[in-house]
Ligand binder design. Sequence first.
Ligand code: ADP
Ligand code: TRP
Length: 328
Amino acid sequence: MKKRVLTWVKPTSDVIHLGNYFGAIKQILNWQKEWLDIILFVADMHATTTLHDWETLRKNIIGLVRSYLASWINPERVLVFKQSDVAGHVQLWWVLASITTLGYMKRMHAYKDALQKWKSDEITMGTFNYPILMAADILLYDPDYVPVGKDQKQHLEFTRDIAEKFNSIYGETFKLPQSWIDKNVATIPWIDGRKMSKSYNNFISLLEDDDSLLKKIRRIPTSPIPIDEPKNPDECNVFNMLKHFLSDEEEKKIRNRYEKGGLAYKEVKDLLYEKIKEFLAPIKRAYQNIPDEEIKKLLAQGAQKANEISSKKIEDVYFKVGYLISKS
Ligand code: ADP
Ligand code: TRP
């Protein structure tokens, strides 16, 4: 049996930046090569905990799927669908909510993060509940692995706990998912050394136009060390970006030139510009050429397949819980 991995994208924006590409999309491209069984769902129901503008939500969903396809995600290898098309997510959410305590939920990052922003009475039930929906998103498909960053690790632990609790009350039903940790996933930095992020507004989009790309690269601050003096490439923001676009051979050469001295920042900035421009060109071209209709069709087909998988799980769960009087 192929190992199954489940991943997601949350449509709170339609921007995909280089950080998302190297942190999330590239993993899927690697899994595609390894012939894992891959599920990618658009977490639109999670997005509405904060986004209440329907036009934006629709635009984000289409834009994100288009960006993923333009980045060579192969829909024949990856099951792509959106969460709201599959009733099982909410059906399982309720069953899991029924065995989750308030005390446990209050310890979740989801709630603690929200308390930093709002008074407790202003936090929506959606925000408070989302780790339970997240557990349902996962357990519905029995994945072996779920790639989660630090911020979502606790929610994956909750998923395992609630799966164990269900299994112990009703009998063996859910596989306990493991977190997927990939040492090759790098955090992509930006000019200030902070990670590239939508929240810091310091990103380069996959659709960045060339002029704006050049401006952003020109703005990268560099150290005032004179050209002739040796420099440490690992302390240079330009190099830390550039290395993701270089072959091992090229990286070695540039590294040497930093360490020897004599390398002008203008030269590496120009190289960075050329490399990113070259990297983005085919993605931007593909993005322009994918019609809305193709995306809608893909999502509809994906929903059908996801429903086939998840409805079996829901039938099993509903029978064990007692909602279903007899099994078909
Ligand atoms: P942002 O920080 O821009 O809001 P998201 O939280 O939407 O990004 O992240 C979506 C995915 O992209 C996650 O898998 C996250 O780990 C990955 N990601 C985001 N920024 C980076 C980065 N700078 N480097 C590597 N991966 C990143
Ligand atoms: N809650 C996650 C976030 O805010 C997104 C998410 C929803 C998710 N369902 C999931 C992540 C299932 C992993 C598995 O980023």
